[in-house]
Design a binder for this molecule. Structure first.
Ligand code: NAD
Ligand code: ZN
Length: 336
């Protein structure tokens, strides 16, 4: 069992990481609690929470809605959860985000505990205190910064995750290696990494960004490596076609290419990125028309903003820089 301390202005708490550590023990200090999960995770893990009051959402991104939020508040009222009570999230990022926002707002904020059960949630979404729901107009449009009391990341729960979801989580792991940790990069290339060590290292890295930039106004932007193009590719392909991590994987390949062309990134970064992603069963490119559409979306975005975009590049493996780039410049490089 390993512990990572998150020590930010807006919260100080442990992430506990280990194999088969899941239990309801951390919830027993609250007067009352509800566990929010989805209908895929519930049958897999409900036995560890014999005394829980359950709120079970349909699995999938569309559950992160205002409608479900209202349903959650009503259930919490029904269960009689008071201000000393808690909400626990058992599941992936979808459950974590909506449960966290419910905890942040119900009776002006009650305690929140995270049990992330996807690799993406363990290395990314459960750390850092961003919680949100979607609007039909856009993802994460209603949200807050709200830190949990504790995060319990049981890597044993990942055994039932399907390979595509697992790979999508690895894309974020690979991202951490490129932006922050050359040693982690080496470990990943060697293919001999222990998953609990990987999760711990990623949590340490994210915790460091969160400590330095708890409200995401500066340096934390580096965590968006591969995401500027990744988000555009997700949208261009139609949401659901790519998993988020898959689109980020492709985004990192393009970002590496841009970095090399501009002479910012070390020669060979694109090939290095591709081979590490392929080794982890991730896509490294998308059809020309999707890329074209993604670039159009970026351009439209930029016009709305009326300025250059902040783009994250790797200047050496294990280190990132933020550069202001013209979308036209990006287009030109990627169209070659
Ligand atoms: P998800 O929560 O939809 O989980 C993916 C799928 O895996 C779901 O079908 C789920 O039921 C299933 N699943 C979960 N745990 C499982 C297990 N142990 N075994 C088998 N199946 C399991 O998706 P995700 O990728 O975990 O998270 C994506 C969400 O996270 C998005 O809504 C995104 O906006 C959000 N996110 C938030 C942050 C943040 O900082 N708050 C960061 C990144 C992503
Ligand atoms: Zn991401």
């Amino acid at each position: 069992m390993k512990k990572v301390l998150v020590d930010a202005d807006n919260g100080r708490y442990d992430i506990v990481i280990g194999n088969r550590i899941i239990s309801d023990e951390p919830l027993k200090r609250y007067t009352d609690y509800a566990v929010i999960t989805d209908d895929i995770v519930y049958p897999l893990l409900h036995e560890y929470f014999p005394e829980a009051k359950w709120i079970i959402l349909p699995a999938g991104e569309s559950s992160k809605s205002m409608r479900n939020l209202e349903m959650i508040y009503q259930k919490l009222m029904e269960f009689g959860i008071d201000r000393k009570g808690a909400v626990a999230a058992l599941g992936g990022g979808v459950v974590g985000d909506i449960a966290g926002f419910a905890a942040a707002t119900f009776k002006r904020g009650i305690s929140f505990v995270q049990y992330p059960t996807t690799l993406l949630a363990q290395v990314d979404s459960s750390v850092g205190g961003k919680v949100a729901v979607n609007l039909p107009e856009g993802k994460n449009m209603v949200g807050a910064f709200y830190q949990p009391d504790i995060v319990i990341a049981d890597t044993g729960t990942l055994a039932t995750l399907d390979t595509r979801q697992y790979a999508a989580g690895m894309a974020e792991v690979i991202k951490y290696a490129y932006i922050y940790d050359a040693k982690l990069h080496q470990t990943l290339v060697s293919g001999r990494a222990d998953i609990a060590d990987i999760v711990r290292r990623c949590c340490e890295i994210k915790a460091d960004y969160v400590k330095r930039d708890p409200y995401d106004t500066g340096i934390r932007m580096q965590l968006n490596y591969g995401h500027t193009l990744g988000h555009a590719i997700e949208a261009a392909a139609g949401y659901g076609a790519f998993l988020h991590g898959e689109a980020v994987a492709i985004g990192m390949v393009y970002a590496a290419r841009i970095g090399e062309k501009l002479g910012v990134s070390p020669a060979g970064l694109t090939e290095d990125t591709k081979s590490l992603l392929e080794q982890n069963r991730l896509p490294v490119e998308t059809e020309g028309n999707i890329l074209h559409k993604a670039l159009e979306l970026l351009l439209a975005d930029k016009k709305a903003e009326g300025r250059k975009i902040n783009f994250i590049l790797i200047d050496e493996i294990g280190h990132a820089v933020i550069q202001k780039l013209d979308v036209e410049e990006i287009q030109k490089i990627l169209k070659e």
